[in-house]
Write a protein that binds this ligand. Structure first.
Ligand code: M1P
Length: 253
């Protein structure tokens, strides 16, 4: 058991949280009530978040104290990771895939997106991150209202699902996973670099119970793998309010 956790009432327990839809509404800020509850929870056990987004977006949502509030911060599924504010070793998507294969992939994506006829298109169709790329048919510059519109349009016209199916066919030999975790995009990363990736950073910490809370726990959702992992006690939530209610039930905080 790492000595840093001995001040917690349950030092062998960690609670991990997805961000969008679990700690906050999609791409919005966590409420003061949620942050207060997390502070109370931190007296009970160790806490961490694990999201698909990059750290900058998570800090925008959780607030400037994100790195000190959470004992573990896992961005891009844990490909970028911090323990008590200190960076942990990471791996990179581009080093894993190689420039040539990456170029073929990104050129295909941009060509495919250029031929879509969507009601609205904005900018940044591919976001290059450390551990993955994020592909958005409408573009990452969409406003909150445009996100909501696209999500509804996508539900009806299955734009992302169709694109992912075609990518799987076209790049079958690449060994990639495609994960639709948010409203306007999907993440692309090496098979196995899903949210379970973060668990390797916890080995040696002495945790007997690893709770995970997420809203996309269904098969195909980006919380599914960690939610169903044999070492994890998974909790499916419907919203940040639901997460808060579950924490009150489980920990009395
Ligand atoms: O955390 C879930 C997802 O959040 C964002 O998705 P979107 O912009 O589509 O709502 C992205 O940061 C994505 O990478 C992430 O998985």
């Amino acid at each position: 058991m790492a000595s840093e956790w001995l001040t917690r009432a349950r030092p062998d327990t960690i609670c991990l949280f997805d961000v969008d839809g679990t700690l906050s509404l999609a791409r919005q800020s966590a409420t003061p009530a949620m942050l207060d509850q997390l502070k109370r929870l931190k007296q009970e056990c160790v806490i961490g978040f694990v999201g698909g987004s990059d750290l900058a977006k998570q800090v925008e949502q959780i607030g400037p104290d994100a790195l000190s509030l959470f004992d573990f911060c896992f961005s891009e599924n844990g490909l970028t990771a911090f323990r008590l504010g200190t960076p942990l070793p990471s791996q990179s998507f581009i080093a894993w895939l190689g420039e040539d294969k990456y170029k073929r992939l990104v050129r295909w994506v941009l060509r495919y997106v250029s031929e879509l006829d969507l009601p609205k298109m904005r900018g940044t169709f591919v976001e290059f991150r450390n551990g993955m790329i994020n592909v958005s048919p409408i573009g990452r510059n969409a406003s909150i209202a445009e996100r909501i519109e696209f999500e509804a349009y996508d539900k009806e016209h299955r734009i992302r699902e169709t694109m992912v199916a075609k990518l799987k066919e076209e790049f079958a030999e690449y060994g990639l996973t495609y994960s639709i975790g948010g409203q306007i995009s999907f993440d692309v990363f090496p098979a196995g670099w899903d949210k379970t990736y973060c668990l390797r950073h916890l080995s040696g910490e002495g945790f007997k119970t690893i709770h995970f809370f997420g809203d996309k726990t269904f098969k195909g959702g980006n919380d599914y793998e960690i939610y169903t992992h044999p070492s994890v006690t998974g909790h499916a939530v419907r919203s940040p309010d639901d997460t808060m209610a579950e924490l009150t039930t489980l920990f009395g905080v």
